[in-house]
Design a binder for this molecule. Structure first.
Ligand code: ZN
Length: 142
């Protein structure tokens, strides 16, 4: 039994288990829009969605009030409203690479299951997706 399976047995996290990620085209368009608008600063948002039949379906973005940061995706978890979900996050890099920084990896581990980074010039091809361990993750735009 691997560690994840053990954890899911202990904490009953099976309802958070998924094998595919689907994300609405509208959400992708929003990410591009907000990333362009925030430039030269980062934008940061959380994902809203649901898991059904082992598919994580992301259908909206959740914004934290007053959050802007030039120092990576740092968020104060104490300020988070009680989240109905903790699916993951997206933020932009006002630079040429969508690879996660050390800070990003810490955020990924804390902030959910699926994460995206978009870099300049902010189009659909500039988006990379990761799991909570910072490993590349496939997704499907629907
Ligand atoms: Zn980052």
């Amino acid at each position: 039994m691997d560690f994840d399976k053990l954890l899911s047995k202990i904490f009953n996290t099976d309802k958070y288990h998924f094998e595919e990620v689907h994300i609405d085209q509208e959400v992708i368009d929003s990410i591009i829009y907000y990333a362009q608008n925030a430039d030269p600063f980062e934008f940061f948002a959380l994902f809203d969605g649901s898991i059904k039949k082992k598919i994580l379906h992301i259908d909206d973005l959740l914004f934290l009030p007053g959050e802007t940061s030039g120092e990576g995706a740092v968020i104060k978890t104490g300020m988070l409203p009680l989240m109905k979900s903790n699916w993951g996050s997206v933020h932009s890099h006002p630079g040429p690479t969508a690879l996660p920084s050390g800070t990003d990896l810490t955020t990924f581990a804390k902030m959910g299951l699926f994460h995206m980074i978009i870099c300049r010039p902010y189009d659909q091809n500039c988006i990379l997706a990761y799991n909570r361990y910072g490993e590349f993750t496939e997704y499907k735009i629907i």
